[in-house]
Design a protein around this ligand. Structure first.
Ligand SMILES: [Zn+2]
Length: 405
């Protein structure tokens, strides 16, 4: 333990990891924060590396203010177990370390909040297949379909719900706008034994993109937890396509003349974007390279009246609603009641800032949880107003009919 005080002042014990977590979530550099709270940078680095440290009440107050985290947060023992999962692959190519840390801390926070909620409400155990070595991506997709009890000829209604029932924590997060072009989703592992997957989906993406990202990350979770040989991105893509639409069904339903319009019914029925269908069809040998290129060109060249290209907003963008995760919100409701305030949830799950809980849980909650103090419930991406939020009666009906089965 290190000590940061010389005189007789009130001493507070904090966890170094908690300071680092809060700083990374706020995307502040060590030097910036050190400056802000009036300590030297090496001192702050030392504090962050220490398991626990004694600091003066004054510095704790400064930290609390600069980071906008409740002061009690810093004295909650942290859960260290975390595995970067697919973020690791991403971080190597498209993300800076700061970006990766920022995203990882959010996912880690989701894991800790889940853990906290688990003490108040039951949660589904993780049920993902343990695949034998050498299983192909498409075989893995078939095994997962079986595990989800979905027949080959049956489209998956809500993949997010299926994933949640298999024990995966799914978060819809509006992460930093600078990352939007570089990242649609990522997954990682949390829990005492890093055995619980967290999938973070970028809110604001269209329903088909979100759904496909969910399938892709599920692929990473199933295929690449331990083995990372070969082209893992291609494998996760293949898994996603095969999971959402098995090849045999793709062949059965493929139109005689594949155009953007004749592919649209497949998009609607199977919930796969036109671009994913084009790739899927190409890999299955249903279209050749020139047909594939010509379809891509059409998507790129055609525009909506507002100037957006079809490639950015595909036809069929409004065919379905976005699949919203619900597991954490449901646990809040079961554990604390539907009208609980986020301050209560915060106190029970590690004193995370209420706003961060709002970011992570907002779309999963059926009503504002701040006791009417004016903070709006986050609208699902791309939609406005609370009408799109799952109503309590729907939720209850789901619970009654499905549970976490
Ligand atoms: Zn990936």
């Amino acid at each position: 333990m290190i000590t940061f005080i010389l005189e007789e002042v009130v001493v507070k014990t904090v966890y170094g990891r908690r300071v680092r977590q809060a700083r990374r979530i706020r995307r502040l550099s060590v030097s910036f924060l050190a400056d802000k709270i009036g300590v030297r940078q090496p001192r702050l680095s030392e504090l962050e590396r220490s398991y626990t440290a004694d600091i003066s009440e004054e510095i704790l107050t400064q930290l609390t203010k600069a980071l906008d985290f409740p002061s009690r947060f810093f004295s909650v023992e942290p859960q260290e177990a975390f595995h970067f999962g697919s973020l690791l692959f991403r971080a190597k190519s498209t993300l800076t370390d700061t970006d990766a840390d920022y995203l990882a801390e959010y996912a880690g926070a989701a894991g800790e909040i889940f853990q906290g909620l688990s003490e108040h409400a039951s949660s589904p155990p993780v049920r993902l297949p343990d695949l034998p070595h050498g299983v192909s991506a498409s075989e893995a997709a078939e095994i997962v379909r079986q595990q989800f009890s979905i027949k080959a000829e049956e489209p998956i209604d809500s993949l997010v719900r299926k994933a949640e029932r298999a024990g995966i924590i799914v978060i819809l997060l509006d992460f930093d706008v600078r990352l939007h072009d570089r990242l649609d989703a990522f997954s990682c592992w949390v829990g005492d034994y890093t055995d619980r997957p967290v999938v973070v989906l970028r809110s604001g993406a269209s329903w088909d993109r979100l759904r496909w990202s969910m399938a892709h990350e599920l692929g990473h979770a199933v295929l690449h937890r331990r083995q990372r040989e070969g082209d893992i991105e291609a494998a996760a893509n293949e898994f996603a396509n095969q999971l959402l639409l098995p090849r045999s069904m793709l062949i059965r339903d493929w139109p005689r003349t594949p155009t953007l319009m004749t592919l649209l019914p497949l998009k609607e029925n199977w919930g796969l974007s036109l671009q994913a269908l084009m790739e899927h069809g190409f890999r299955a040998g249903l279209i050749d390279e020139s047909r594939r290129m010509s379809l891509y060109k059409q998507l790129s060249n055609r525009k909506w009246p507002d100037g957006k290209r079809w490639r950015e907003r595909e036809p069929g963008y409004n065919l379905r609603d976005i699949e919203l995760p619900r597991m954490l919100g449901k646990m809040v409701e079961v554990g604390f009641g539907a009208s609980v305030g986020l301050d209560v949830v915060s106190a029970a799950t590690g004193h995370w800032p209420a706003l961060l809980l709002q970011q992570l849980l907002g779309v999963q909650l059926t009503r504002p949880t701040d006791g009417g103090r004016g903070r709006p419930v986050t609208s699902p991406p791309g939609k406005t107003g609370p009408s799109r939020i799952v109503s309590l009666s729907d939720w209850r009906r789901d619970e009654a009919s499905e549970g976490y089965g």
